[in-house]
Design a protein around this ligand. Structure first.
Ligand SMILES: *Cc1c(COP(=O)(O)O)cnc(C)c1O
Length: 391
């Protein structure tokens, strides 16, 4: 007997759990496993944010339900953040919604917009939640193939007419998890033009919008003219302010999509705990020095790891965003096979590219959100790995 629904039972298996099982086995045998598979910051939340939380949590008025849409102070902080950083004006009442982390918002938006049988274009390789959420909403996922030669930018001409016709929604994610690819505003402008022409809605996932290097500044899709007519952008404090466990994010942009999402959400949650929203407002209103400090740590770790990859014969361009390195597997290996070898022979967990979609085959992802010394140790072990004999 099974109590899971058909949709739940037919979800694709979560590849990460296979590696986690092996990790436990090896650890039980006394192997010192270094996990570079984790996609969450290791660094602590900056103290000025924690302090605001502590202050707000003492106030009894903050122990009540929040508004469904999230508190005014937080939504206004998001509006000011967009105005300052992107020169985009947003109405806090209709164009901004507080989220209990952006993941729930992404999943709920799909069920708020998609009817059973309708299709969603999702990046391949891409964040696995898009596909699962489309599946749970009864929709159909269509891969938007992204490849290295094109810098992992979408090639709209390659999408078949039939797929374009079936699709109602298109997901984009830059800086990208897992490829670390970044874009300039013109890519978003092309996306908006394409979506307008084919009457698609666009969702941009900007989870790594502030995790950037070397003076590169990631654009917001709302900077593209006309974007608000058909696009929303998801933002998260998880990665930029080391706040994964706090569960706080936002969605901004098109009023109708935000309205639909708020209807779904008001039947499921009652927004986030007020002290968390207020501490998050403090974070977004800050001068972002803490973000720069984090990015500097990631950059140092990145340079160290790139050096190790080079010694392994794996050439990778320096990423301009995210805390991931997306590298080709050595010749002769498949992604999963190489990840297994890394775990068994070096005690290092990396994520096989195939976990992010069929176009991820031939690559693996390294997360840099691991203690710097441990990461150096992992790099040293990787360089010692015996790769020979394969072709
Ligand atoms: C981490 C991540 C998210 C989700 O972040 P939340 O903690 O739910 O705000 C969304 N998209 C991508 C691409 C991510 O890597």
């Amino acid at each position: 007997m099974s109590f899971g629904s058909e949709k739940v039972n037919s979800l694709p298996p979560y590849l990460f759990s296979v590696f986690q099982k092996k990790k436990k086995q090896l650890q039980a045998e006394g192997v010192d496993v270094i996990d570079l598979g984790i996609g969450a910051p290791d660094l602590p939340t900056p103290p000025f944010i924690v302090n605001r939380l502590v202050e707000e949590v003492q106030k009894p008025e903050n122990h009540r339900y929040s508004n469904y849409a999230g508190c005014q102070e937080y939504r206004e902080a998001v509006a000011q953040f967009y105005n300052r950083n992107y020169d985009v004006d947003l109405d806090p009442d209709t164009e901004i919604l507080t989220l209990v982390g952006s993941k729930e918002g992404i999943a709920h938006l799909i069920s708020a917009v998609i009817n059973p049988g309708e299709a969603v274009l999702i990046p391949d390789p891409g964040y696995p939640v898009y596909k699962s959420a489309v599946h749970l909403a009864g929709g159909e996922s269509i891969y938007l193939p992204l490849d290295e030669e094109q810098g992992y930018k979408p090639n709209f001409d390659r999408i078949s007419r039939l797929d374009v016709k079936k699709a109602k929604l298109m997901f984009l994610n830059y800086p990208s998890n897992p490829t670390s690819a970044t874009v300039h505003l013109n890519t978003f402008m092309e996306a908006i033009t394409f979506a307008k022409k084919h009457e698609l809605a666009v969702v941009h996932d900007s989870a790594y919008g502030l995790v950037t290097f070397d003076g590169y500044k990631a654009p917001s899709i709302l900077q593209a003219p006309g974007a608000k007519d058909l696009a929303v952008e998801f933002g998260s404090l998880s990665k930029s302010f080391n706040m994964t466990g706090w569960r706080i994010g936002y969605v901004v942009g098109n009023k109708e999509m935000i309205k639909a999402l708020s209807v779904v959400k008001s039947n499921i949650d009652t927004s986030q705990f007020l002290p968390i929203q207020k501490a998050a407002a403090e974070a977004l209103s800050s001068n972002l020095v803490s973000v720069d400090e984090n990015n500097n740590v990631y950059k140092k770790r990145m340079m160290n790891m790139l050096e190790a990859l080079k010694k392994m014969g794996l050439e990778v361009e320096e990423p301009k965003g995210t805390f991931f390195i997306w590298a080709p597997v050595p010749k002769g290996y498949r992604s999963e096979e190489f990840a297994e070898k890394m775990l068994e022979e070096a005690g290092v967990i990396v994520t096989p590219g195939s976990a992010f979609g069929p176009s991820g085959e031939g690559y693996f992802r390294i997360s840099l959100s691991v203690d710097s010394e441990r990461l150096k140790e992992a790099a040293a072990r990787m360089v010692r790995l015996e790769l020979g004999g394969r072709k």
